[in-house]
Write a protein that binds this ligand. Structure first.
Ligand SMILES: [Zn+2]
Length: 132
């Protein structure tokens, strides 16, 4: 996992899961007064580059951040569409039958006119549920 060196504050990776060092290898060598090699210099240059890249992804004009913003807007717009469509689906049956016709249908299928048949009761209940 990526750690931040407590001496130079640049990112570094521990050599193993048992490694508990808080500072990067070049800083360890500096602390021990060991002369830095070309490899250490390369390590530090890479760490600096990595740090710059990481900082760039956190600024406002980062392409990734813009992509995230666009995707979030799309999701919100789709969520609104889903809400509208769900509302429409729920209200459509009610609005499709004109009130006068609904009244007539309830009158025609009323259980009183059909020997209290279960089918008439069910149909009447359904038509009653469509009333606003
Ligand atoms: Zn360091």
């Amino acid at each position: 996992m990526l750690k931040s060196c407590s001496a130079c504050e640049l990112p570094f990776i521990r050599s193993s899961e048992h490694d508990t060092s808080l500072i990067c290898i070049p800083c360890t060598r500096i602390n021990q007064d060991i002369e830095l090699t070309a490899l250490d210099e390369a390590h530090m240059a890479l760490a600096q580059h990595l740090q710059n890249t990481l900082e760039q992804t956190q600024t406002d004009d980062s392409p990734l951040k813009k992509e995230l913003e666009v995707a979030t807007k799309k999701i919100k717009s789709l969520e609104r569409k889903i809400k509208t469509l769900t509302k429409k689906t729920k209200t459509t049956p009610k609005s499709q039958i004109p009130a006068d016709l609904l009244k007539t249908l309830i009158f025609l299928v009323h259980p009183d006119k059909h020997d209290n048949s279960p089918a008439a009761t069910e149909a009447t209940q359904f038509l009653l549920s469509l009333r606003k």
